[in-house]
Design a protein around this ligand. Sequence first.
Ligand SMILES: *[C@@H]1O[C@H](CO)[C@@H](O)[C@H](O)[C@H]1NC(C)=O
Ligand SMILES: *[C@@H]1O[C@H](CO)[C@@H](O)[C@H](O)[C@H]1NC(C)=O
Ligand SMILES: *[C@@H]1O[C@H](CO)[C@@H](O)[C@H](O)[C@H]1NC(C)=O
Ligand SMILES: *[C@@H]1O[C@H](CO)[C@@H](O)[C@H](O)[C@H]1NC(C)=O
Ligand SMILES: *[C@@H]1O[C@H](CO)[C@@H](O)[C@H](O)[C@H]1NC(C)=O
Ligand SMILES: *[C@@H]1O[C@H](CO)[C@@H](O)[C@H](O)[C@H]1NC(C)=O
Ligand SMILES: *[C@@H]1O[C@H](CO)[C@@H](O)[C@H](O)[C@H]1NC(C)=O
Ligand SMILES: *[C@@H]1O[C@H](CO)[C@@H](O)[C@H](O)[C@H]1NC(C)=O
Length: 487
Amino acid sequence: MKRSTITINYYSLGFLALCVFLVRPVISDCLNSYDPNVDYFPDKVDNRSSGFVVSYYNSYKIVTNTRVGETYVLYCTATPPNLTYAHYIKGYFQIPVKNVASLDQTTLTFLEIIGAQSSLRYVGKKESITSPCLQDTTIQSFDDSSVANVDIVFSSNTTSTYENKSVIVSMGDDLSPLSNAEWVKFVSIFFNLEKSANDFYSSIEAAYSCNMNNVANIVKKKTIAWVAYDFNTGMYTVDNDKYYSLLVKDAGANSLNIITGSLNVSDLHEVINDVNIIIDQTKFTPGNDSFDSWQRLFGYYTTSTGPLPDFITHRRVFRPKKLLNANGFDDWSERAYARPDIFILDLIAIQYPTYLSSYKTTWLNNFSGSDEPTVITSANCTDATQSSVVLTCQSRAFTGDQTNSDTGSNGNTVGDSKLKTRSILIIVFSVLAGLMGIAAGVWLLTLAKRKYEERFIELKDEPEVQMKKGDAENSKANNGSKVENKV
Ligand SMILES: *[C@@H]1O[C@H](CO)[C@@H](O)[C@H](O)[C@H]1NC(C)=O
Ligand SMILES: *[C@@H]1O[C@H](CO)[C@@H](O)[C@H](O)[C@H]1NC(C)=O
Ligand SMILES: *[C@@H]1O[C@H](CO)[C@@H](O)[C@H](O)[C@H]1NC(C)=O
Ligand SMILES: *[C@@H]1O[C@H](CO)[C@@H](O)[C@H](O)[C@H]1NC(C)=O
Ligand SMILES: *[C@@H]1O[C@H](CO)[C@@H](O)[C@H](O)[C@H]1NC(C)=O
Ligand SMILES: *[C@@H]1O[C@H](CO)[C@@H](O)[C@H](O)[C@H]1NC(C)=O
Ligand SMILES: *[C@@H]1O[C@H](CO)[C@@H](O)[C@H](O)[C@H]1NC(C)=O
Ligand SMILES: *[C@@H]1O[C@H](CO)[C@@H](O)[C@H](O)[C@H]1NC(C)=O
């Protein structure tokens, strides 16, 4: 008797669970037979400090981009909700939106990550697309006549107005790397793909934080500076906005403690001569972007102005131009804001190729070396979900290489040539250590001999030779270990 009651209870529990599963609202029901008591948006994004807030109601959402002060109403019903404060609202959109234009480059990446790429009709410039799975598709370049064919135009340009279809996405260098990436959630709200965006953001936040914590205790930090030459003004900039300075700090390095601004060449040299690694963002005319022109442009071509800084002599000048499409557009411009998890790995790898020896930098190329760009084409599209793959991170303590000097080549050359360089270096240092040991021995011998001669005057039969040998060997071992620390 008792037993059967329990069984029945289990059955009813199962039935309840099934009911919960079955009543998960369907968006098409909202459109066709709308029930005001049903929450049609079970997946929600939370309010964070990245620059937008969203309020969820049963059949509509009110989204505000707080950085530009624009509010949009997104609804799943056949007609827009009747709101009393309608005059605040910049645009009404029936969701999920079906046809979109994305004039903002990062938004392409967001659309692909959440799985909404099939709604993408237009981008600013078709030839600039680097994503392998979006190249060679029916996506067109946008012009003003395209507005009629889309429901929404995602743009970062606040002055452009495409009727009432503009939605402003506001990533920027004044936001932290993770805050910029969090705008994937903003985009997802228009497609009811909040769950995809939440899942993706959680995984990049976890990977980013794990790598950040791993390199938080580097003993001797390196300094990284972001520079650019502006051909219009003839001035130099050192980028130190929140985005760049936090990325550098989170990657275990020091950023320069200056305010972003324009500098002349002598001021620039004063600011950057002591940094360990330079990342250049100068917009060179195509074909004029050699390290040679860079050195001329930045006043480092001759030694007449004094000794060249370490980043020139040790060749530690990078540019984010490693991954290009066939038209020469770089993938970094398209994806960097969306993928701080990749960017932090690149920044760690250029400082410490051994941190993750299997990782080759994705975007940063050793511009001062022979790190040739890689071209990605549609042939590199293997799977529609490849854009949301996140490299997981194992938490561990990494204290760096204890030195500011160059320790090898870029992360992409883990292989024979690097091992060879390593062993050559070790041999060179061992030989040096040996030579120093011998020199020390000779010096001690001379010293001892002199002492012996001095003592010889006083005491004649002293067993000198044994003691001399021991001293020389100790001093050789000490010199050897000192040199090895430096390697
Ligand atoms: C976000 O903040 C707004 C007000 O700023 C509030 O109305 C809304 O309920 C919040 N949304 C969530 C999902 O917490
Ligand atoms: C808004 O009001 C109009 C007319 O008053 C009505 O036809 C429409 O269904 C209402 N919309 C919603 C979502 O309730
Ligand atoms: C834009 O405004 C027109 C009328 O001016 C209106 O019919 C249309 O629904 C509006 N579209 C959006 C997306 O708000
Ligand atoms: C923004 O849009 C306006 C108007 O369409 C245009 O004149 C301007 O050049 C655009 N600015 C940028 C940075 O794209
Ligand atoms: C560079 O600018 C500084 C002021 O910031 C000025 O003192 C200096 O003379 C300038 N140098 C050159 C070469 O123009
Ligand atoms: C190429 O770079 C050099 C400086 O390194 C500059 O003098 C020259 O004007 C540049 N040429 C073009 C076409 O931009
Ligand atoms: C850059 O490349 C040059 C030449 O291949 C090499 O000597 C240098 O060590 C590399 N720099 C870094 C930081 O990997
Ligand atoms: C793209 O495909 C080419 C040719 O198969 C390959 O060599 C290259 O490594 C691929 N690049 C990336 C980033 O996967």
